[in-house]
Design a protein around this ligand. Structure first.
Ligand SMILES: [Zn+2]
Ligand SMILES: [Zn+2]
Length: 228
């Protein structure tokens, strides 16, 4: 991989974790003019959610924003005609290297990421890149409840919702498994704040997570029910 460079942009918190987007090196200069966010798109059929990178020119405001994969496609490969969409080949919806993007007719579907064997997933550039990141310093101080933002078609924030109806993505940073049903993933029993798609991811995240995993206190509850 010599001479091969990538960019990682921090998108902020979404679906219970800090999200990042992967970019080609030549697109990193976008950060000079653009603000980036993670945008959770809940599937209309109630079958989980997807997280995309959303970007807008800071001088023009959020209402001019668009999905990063569409912005990059238009920048490098031209327009997106009606009835066509830009798809992430490997199913990782924040892996916005041009090599990972393809223009498809709206009616076509590609196999979803869950059909990608775990081994391939873990060898993907996205996985390797995110795995090498330092833990997000904000994560360690995060005491805010987890919020999801919903936007209207002008890009304005409609409602900010507490985590009651949030789909969680596996908290292990490189893992992009996301719940298909709310509360599908198991929660860290100690802090009851983070969720994992399985024990493998929980174990791999523990060396980092243990630094800010704090036991949830149930003192009041215990005082009132001494028989337990
Ligand atoms: Zn996972
Ligand atoms: Zn924990």
């Amino acid at each position: 991989m010599s001479g091969f460079k990538l960019g990682i942009v921090r998108l902020g918190r979404a679906a219970g974790k800090t999200k990042y987007a992967l970019l080609d090196e030549r697109d990193i200069s976008l950060v000079d003019n653009y603000a980036f966010e993670a945008k959770v798109e809940v599937n209309k059929d109630g079958d989980g959610a997807k997280i995309f990178a959303f970007a807008y020119d800071v001088t023009k405001g959020r209402s001019t924003g668009q999905y990063l994969h569409e912005l990059l496609w238009e920048k490098h490969s031209g327009g997106i005609a009606q009835g066509w969409k830009v798809i992430h080949r490997n199913g990782v919806t924040v892996d916005n290297r041009m090599e990972n993007l393809v223009l498809l007719n709206d009616k076509c579907t590609i196999p979803s990421s869950e059909e990608t064997p775990n081994k391939n997933r873990e060898q993907s550039l996205y996985w390797i890149a995110v795995q090498q990141l330092q833990a997000d310093p904000l994560e360690e101080h995060s005491i805010d409840p987890i919020y999801n933002r919903y936007y209207n078609c002008n890009g304005e924030i409609l409602i900010t919702e507490e985590d009651a109806c949030v789909y969680y993505e596996c908290h292990y940073p490189p893992c992009t498994n996301i719940e298909k049903d709310i509360r599908e993933f198991s929660i860290c029993g100690r802090c009851q704040e983070v969720r994992y798609c399985g024990t493998a991811c929980q174990q791999r995240d523990w060396p980092v997570h243990k630094r800010y995993c704090r036991e949830r206190r149930h003192l009041l509850y215990r005082e009132r029910s001494p028989e337990r």
